[in-house]
Design a protein around this ligand. Structure first.
Ligand code: PMP
Length: 352
């Protein structure tokens, strides 16, 4: 073996969900929003002048930072933006997780955390969720180099009550605790954002990919104490100054401006989710009580992998994880009412 071959950084990459092509498929596999982005986003996209692209974008994404600071009632120096929350979290790993002690996260959570830990050579330990897929706060009381967990959790959809989130932050004042709130807008006002006023070790990460219908545009952000944000920006500027492109910055601002549309579409998804829970129960499925835009459901009679494949033959895509403890479940994104009706029409006659 030549030296370069031994010196290659080898990682097992994160595997994103399929992005199948076609006009008539029902795509409930990657937790995207079934509604279009806000009308102002669509208008700004139509009116965008390509000549502007000759120039570099604003490296600080100042206009987007400004509207986010206003929206969340924090100072501008408390907001960091990145290319999706994946980029924000990757930067946060690089910035904050540099201890010899292991970082902690739940064994069942966003599978990208392990990949970043491996990539950046951060030692980690996972804590098992309990039988009902709940995070046990006492598992986060041992010595550690940092903590990250999604809330609501993925792929379970379960929300950790805010007092438990606070307990974890309070008991770990010497490390950064990252709460990954990719799905929090579907959880009815349970964000840990307000706790950033009280705890300087808390970083809350959110995204435009789910509740703002902009997964394809790639915008994520973190809110926390100004010194955390400064450290994040120092690392970002040491990596790539121009992470966020100009169209994303412009379209992101438009999305934040339309609060009414945001509220309306989120409410619609929550309403469809609650109705879908009832339908799934009637069909004999069981699932943790979701506070997100997906339901993690299993059925005693239908092996999940077979059902996943049978659904795919019908052009209905859901997500299946071939892993211990998860392989009896399907993660079903909440689509439009019509899409969910098509899913239930299939399930009602299954295995027909
Ligand atoms: N965190 C969690 C828990 C997620 O499920 C996802 C979506 N795959 C992300 C972060 C990343 O989302 P994005 O990069 O699109 O903001």
């Amino acid at each position: 073996m030549r030296a370069w071959e031994t010196n290659v950084r080898r990682v097992v990459p994160y595997v994103p969900g399929d992005q199948p092509k076609g006009d008539h498929l029902i795509k409930l596999n990657t937790n995207e929003n079934p509604y279009p982005p806000a009308p102002g986003v669509c208008r700004a996209l139509r009116e965008m002048e390509a000549d502007r692209f000759r120039k570099y974008p604003d490296p600080s994404s100042a206009s987007l930072v400004r509207v986010l600071a206003e929206r969340y009632d924090v100072d501008e120096d408390q907001v960091f933006v990145g290319v999706g929350s994946d980029d924000v979290i990757a930067m946060a790993f690089l910035t904050f997780f540099n201890s010899d002690r292991p970082i902690l996260f739940p064994d069942i959570s966003y599978s990208f955390y392990r990949v970043w830990a491996d990539l950046f050579r951060v030692p980690y330990e996972t804590s098992a969720l309990d039988e009902a897929f709940r995070i046990r706060t006492e598992d986060y009381e041992r010595p550690n180099g940092g903590i990250i967990f999604p809330n609501p959790n993925a792929p379970t959809g379960l929300l950790l009550p805010l007092e438990d989130v606070e307990e974890i932050i309070r008991r770990n004042p010497d490390v950064v605790v990252i709460v990954d709130e990719a799905y929090i807008d579907f959880a009815g006002g349970m964000s840990a954002l307000e706790l950033t006023r009280k705890y300087d070790n808390l970083l809350v990460v959110q995204t435009f990919s789910k509740s703002r219908s902009m997964a394809g545009i790639r915008i994520g952000y973190a809110i926390g104490n100004a010194s955390l944000i400064r450290a994040l920006n120092d690392v970002k500027y040491s990596f790539n100054s121009y992470t966020m492109n100009m169209p994303s910055q412009i379209l992101g601002v438009e999305a934040v401006k339309d609060e009414a549309y945001f509220r309306e579409t989120v409410a619609r998804i929550v309403e469809t989710r609650e109705w879908a829970k009832g339908e799934l129960r009637k069909l004999g499925f069981s699932f943790p009580d979701s506070s997100s835009n997906f339901i993690f459901a299993s059925h005693e009679q239908f092996p999940a992998e077979k059902l996943f494949e049978d659904l795919r033959k019908e052009q209905i895509y859901v997500r299946y994880f071939k892993q211990p403890r998860l392989d009896h479940y399907l993660r079903i994104t909440i689509g439009t009412r019509e899409e969910m009706e098509a899913l239930f029409a299939f399930l009602k006659v299954y295995p027909g």
